[in-house]
Design a protein. Structure first.
Lengths: 335, 427, 328
């Protein structure tokens, strides 16, 4: 009984964020004339569900790739560049072969190769991770100009038969695979468990005999798989142009908010669920903002900024909140 | 401690040495350039062109071959059909015209970055520059004047400079004029062109004509012609509806959802224009409208009439694929011939007998592709194939357009070629 | 300390100074290429390099305070953009007078100081990593830049006052003086005042520094404010170049500054090895490298690749750590 009660509690706690977001956006859009067309509230159209699912799947894939590294104590700057380069290569192969499945396989392979290269440079170069991954970002970005004649990939996403992994229901396949890869690594591999030790106390971990290099390499291989899956979703939804000047980090940053929010929401359950829930909540917010015509431009940036700061400020106080809750529990028990 | 100090001193000195020489040269270079660049005639800078010293009054003595020179081309983007086909075309002219081309890419929003790019081009010893952006032009033209380098425009109407800095830019001896991407703001016809394409489509598809359309434009501050075009389109539809059996409805331009601030169309556009069957996009539709159509799954149910061509549109054009695209429109890369010839004339110290006193911005005819036949022709163009063998002009043709290659060449002829670059000219 | 120094052999010297040697070697190589490929326009090109390096170097000099603490600020670019636009707007509103220029500069100086205080203090109060507050400022200023430009209804606005000497030589002198003054002041504060000592201390070990009785919050705020002053001055210098600003003004500066500092041998983790010279060496290496690749006529599509390879080669030498664990 207690177990099932706990699960229900976890579900409710996790679902609070998107539900709250939905209610808030519903109230805001319903009270705004701009959001009505022919008397119908556009926020409540079926488009909402489709857009939220499609965008949330994309966000989940990238967020998991970012989180897998962060969780292991590394901030990998090059994730965005790997994804874009992978997307261009996989998209072109998919277009030539006319097969989205081959594109998916190529994406995963290229994702793994690029991630392994990053890992090798990091391990052999013994460079600080941010500096190393900035270097790799510059390298991968420069390669986007050298593959497929510097044209990127344009028409992969616009043809129904090639872009199945960017639409419903196909988009759920790479997303599910990405979640599976994340879960397998975190909970079912020795590297994942050792990674936790290393992220908590790197030196102690190495001292008790963990082979850090091997650990880093395995982590990067799994990150590569997820990046490949993110790339196939990305190239199935967007045209991908060559990038330069660390612009890919901007693409990656645009998916980073759900990572942090997800880890906080995930306190109630686990990080994967938290990230998925956060992504859904964020996409509901984005859709609402679009209805209000605040989806792009200055105000969206400012709202986003305030949101990020507010959320961080709140989540930074979690220890205090938890301590407060514990205290209340104890006092309730003693009473 | 001492060593650290020593390092600092040496760092400062290195920077200082460069800086001091820059000052010296800044002023020295200035005078040198001033002395070598006469105030009112088209001579070249002396520092890059060994043969240019005697070019002072060469206007009356045309040569058959142009001097060896370098022209820098500053593109607005680094990839794409327009860039690749233009490069292919220019490279094909290189030997006959004795011109070496060098390329750079400007930003679309940062004046200081653009100034640096132009300065780097000048530093790499170019004699002329063809620039595709009107951003930071007053400071750029000052640089060109100081260095004795001529500047021409391509795919750009220089509207900001035209309206706010005409004297500094258009009256400068170093600005030769620009070939506009389509019509210049004082000669807009794009609205009626779009309307004609729509009517042609309806005639071809009499059983299922488009009767309800919506529009998309870029902001007025960036592309004033698009707002004018949209108004023209609405007026044309209204005039048509007066006599038409099946009238066409145009959703009025919604300030917030239909004006794209260089961000893709929003998915809520389709909810806001629920009954629209086609989007008339004056803004570059393949990059800013089509992706959202695909994302929202309306690409097979709605049509798109737009400007621009980024590659891949042909797959879903007319009766092919999803048939989303029903019109695309691009300017021929060969229109770069206009600023190129004017720059070469200046560099060679010659000019046309009918050369206007002030630089002009000249409209270009465009490839209007709105049927399968047009697309078939378009696919043979230099733009599409990126192959100069398909260009409208051979190197000899271009040499004949210059004042030094052909004493009978005129400015009117040169300007005239811009109006001939239509889809029919490919057929 | 002294006895150690006396025993240093050339091999040990090279081993200990490999970062500096690589950084300076980078600068020298780019400079030699610059001399070779500038050809007959060497003098003109020197002014070009000076002009592009002026803004970077002034901001990078200020960034030394922040980076020496092991922090970074990703909002610099957008701040520069907004400050440039605000200066133009305020000056033009005051009729393009000299007083307008002064007032507008004071306004952006105050804003820059406030942003500095925000980055330093709010991060401490809310217990946030300072990258988060700067991320907020980045979003905020990106939005503000877009909204300000939308309010003007144009793509680019120009200042109506004369802020640049008409004579090119004079202008170059002005830029050099600005760089030298900033470098001298920053060197003084970084090397000989408490500010530099404490920021390096915070970078090396914040807890220890705090336990030594240093009010780290106060010095963080001061360090960020010092950076703010340099950002304001840098924005003005940048504005003098074109006299105009737009939506993209300043974009990419945060990353460029970071790359400059890395090329100059600045450890991103901060600490005692932080140096003011990194800012100058790195900036000039970066600007010269970009310039060289253009004057050498390297293919556009190859330029980024060459830059990336050079960057990786330099960091492989300068940033390599010899710890038992992999550096983070």
């Amino acid at each position: 009984m207690k177990g099932s009660g706990n699960i229900i509690k976890k579900i409710v706690l996790s679902a609070i964020f998107p539900i709250l977001m939905f209610v808030v956006m519903l109230i805001i859009t319903a009270s705004n004339d701009k959001c009505y067309v022919n008397g119908k509230l556009i926020f409540l159209s079926t488009d909402l569900i489709r857009q939220v699912i499609i965008n949330a799947c994309m966000t989940i894939c990238v967020a998991l790739a970012i989180w897998l590294q962060l969780k292991n104590g590394r901030f990998d700057f090059s994730g965005g560049a790997s994804m874009i380069l992978t997307a261009i290569i996989a998209g072109n192969v998919g277009l030539t072969t006319n097969s989205p499945v081959i594109a998916l396989l190529v994406a995963v392979v290229v994702g793994i190769v690029l991630s392994s290269v990053t890992a090798i440079v990091y391990i052999i170069g013994r460079l600080p991770i941010i500096i190393c991954t900035i270097g790799m970002t510059l390298l991968y970005e420069s390669l986007t100009y050298l593959v497929s004649g510097g044209q990127g990939i344009r028409i992969f996403y616009s043809q129904a038969h090639t872009s199945i992994f960017g639409r419903i229901p196909g988009v759920l396949v790479p997303t599910a695979l990405a979640v599976a890869a994340f879960v397998i690594f975190t909970y079912f591999t020795a590297a994942g468990r050792k990674g936790k030790v290393l992220s908590n106390n790197q030196r102690a971990g190495v001292n008790i005999g963990i082979d850090e290099k091997k650990n880093v390499f395995v982590t990067y291989i799994f990150t590569g798989i997820i990046i490949g899956l993110a790339a196939i979703v990305y190239v199935s939804q967007h045209e991908v142009a060559p990038q330069s000047g660390l612009a890919t980090s901007g693409i990656m940053f645009s998916y980073i908010v759900p990572v942090f929010m997800g880890t906080f929401i995930g306190l109630a359950s686990c990080d994967v669920v938290g990230i998925a829930i956060a992504a859904i909540g964020m996409e509901i917010m984005n859709y609402g903002l679009n209805c209000l015509n605040l989806g792009a431009g200055g105000w969206q940036q400012i709202i986003m900024g305030i949101f990020v700061l507010g959320f961080y400020a709140f989540s930074a106080q979690t220890d205090k909140i938890q301590a407060f809750m514990e205290k209340r529990k104890k006092s309730a028990k003693s009473a | 401690m001492k060593k650290a100090l020593l390092k600092k001193i040496s760092a400062t000195m290195l920077a200082g040495v460069m800086a001091i020489s820059a000052v010296g040269c800044g002023s020295g270079g200035n005078t040198a350039n001033n002395s070598s660049a006469p105030a009112d005639s088209g001579t070249t800078s002396s520092d890059s062109n060994t043969a240019s010293g005697d070019s002072g009054d060469a206007e009356s003595a045309p040569a058959v071959e142009g001097k060896d020179c370098t022209i820098g081309v500053a593109f607005y983007t680094d990839t794409g059909f327009a860039v690749d086909s233009t490069k292919a075309y220019l490279e094909s002219l290189s030997d006959t015209l004795n011109v070496k081309f060098t390329y750079t890419v400007l930003t679309q929003t940062d004046e200081a970055a653009n100034l640096t790019k132009i300065q780097e081009l000048i530093s790499s010893n170019v004699d002329g520059i063809i620039c595709t952006m009107d951003l930071g032009m007053t400071s750029i033209i000052q640089e060109c004047e100081a260095a004795g380098v001529y500047l021409g425009g391509y795919l750009c109407d220089y509207d900001t400079s035209y309206n706010t800095a005409y004297d500094q830019v258009f009256k400068s001896d170093y600005f030769v004029g620009s070939a506009v991407d389509g019509q210049s703001p004082d000669a807009v016809t794009i609205g009626t062109t779009m309307f004609d394409s729509l009517i042609e489509y309806n005639e071809r598809n009499a059983d299922a004509p488009i009767t309800h359309v919506s529009m998309a434009i870029f902001p007025v501050w960036a592309f004033p012609t698009q707002q004018v075009g949209a108004e023209q389109f609405v007026a044309a539809v209204e005039a048509y509806n007066e006599t038409a059996e099946t009238p066409i409805t145009v959703d009025p331009l919604n300030e917030e959802s239909d004006v794209l601030a260089f961000a893709p169309l929003d998915t809520t556009y389709f909810a806001k224009h629920a009954d629209s069957q086609a989007i008339i996009s004056f803004a570059a539709g393949s990059a800013f409208v089509y992706p959202t159509m695909v994302q929202a799954g309306v690409d097979s149910s709605m049509k798109l009439f737009t400007t621009g061509f980024d590659g891949g549109e042909d797959v879903n054009f007319g009766t092919s694929g999803n048939g989303t695209y029903q019109q695309i429109m691009v300017t021929a890369p060969e229109s770069i011939t206009y600023p190129l010839v004017l720059l070469l004339n200046k560099i060679n110290g010659v000019s046309f007998s009918d050369q206007p006193a002030e630089a002009e911005r000249v409209s270009s005819a465009q490839y209007l592709v709105n049927s399968d036949e047009d697309m078939a022709s378009f696919q043979k163009s230099c733009f599409f194939t990126k192959d100069a063998a398909n260009a409208m002009y051979t190197p000899q043709d271009v040499l004949n357009m210059t004042a030094f290659g052909n004493p009978n060449a005129t400015y009117a002829d040169l300007k005239g070629i811009l109006s001939t670059m239509t889809i029919d000219s490919i057929k | 300390m002294m006895s150690e120094k006396e025993k240093v052999t050339p091999a040990e010297f090279i081993k200990h100074h490999i970062y500096d040697i690589a950084a300076y070697a980078g600068l020298i190589v780019t400079f030699i290429l610059f001399l070779i490929f500038s050809g007959s326009r060497l003098s003109y090109n020197m002014a070009t390099v000076l002009q592009s390096a002026s803004t970077y170097s002034i901001i990078a000099l200020g960034a030394v305070f922040v980076y020496s603490m092991g922090y970074m600020d990703v909002s610099v670019g957008q701040q520069v953009g907004v400050y440039a636009i605000l200066m133009i707007m305020i000056t033009n509103a005051m009729g393009g007078t000299a007083a307008g220029v002064v007032v507008s500069f004071l306004v952006i100086l105050v804003l820059a100081l406030l942003c500095g205080a925000f980055n330093g203090a709010v991060a401490v109060w809310l217990k946030l990593p300072s990258i988060v507050t700067s991320l907020f400022l980045m979003f905020f200023f990106t939005g503000a830049q877009l909204l300000l430009m939308e309010s003007t209804g144009t793509n680019s606005i120009s200042i109506q006052a004369t802020i640049k000497p008409a004579d090119r030589g004079m202008y170059n002198v002005m830029l050099i003086v600005a760089i030298i003054i900033t470098a001298v002041i920053v060197t003084y504060f970084f090397k000989f005042s408490k500010l530099g000592k404490y920021t390096r201390g915070i970078g090396a070990n914040e807890v220890t520094t705090a336990q030594c009785g240093v009010n780290t919050t106060k010095w963080k705020v001061i360090a960020y404010m010092a950076f703010g002053v340099c950002v304001a001055v840098g924005s003005f210098i940048m504005l003098t170049r074109t006299g105009s600003a737009g939506k993209g003004t300043g974009s990419g500066y945060a990353m460029d500054i970071m790359i400059c500092l890395i090329l100059g041998g600045m450890p991103l983790s901060g600490g005692m090895k932080s140096k003011v010279s990194s800012a100058l060496v790195g900036t000039f290496t970066y600007v010269l490298l970009t310039n060289d690749l253009t004057t050498m006529g390297v293919d556009l599509n190859m330029i980024n690749f060459v830059k990336a390879i050079i960057f990786i080669a330099i960091i492989m030498v300068t940033c390599r750590k010899r710890d038992a664990v992999l550096p983070r």
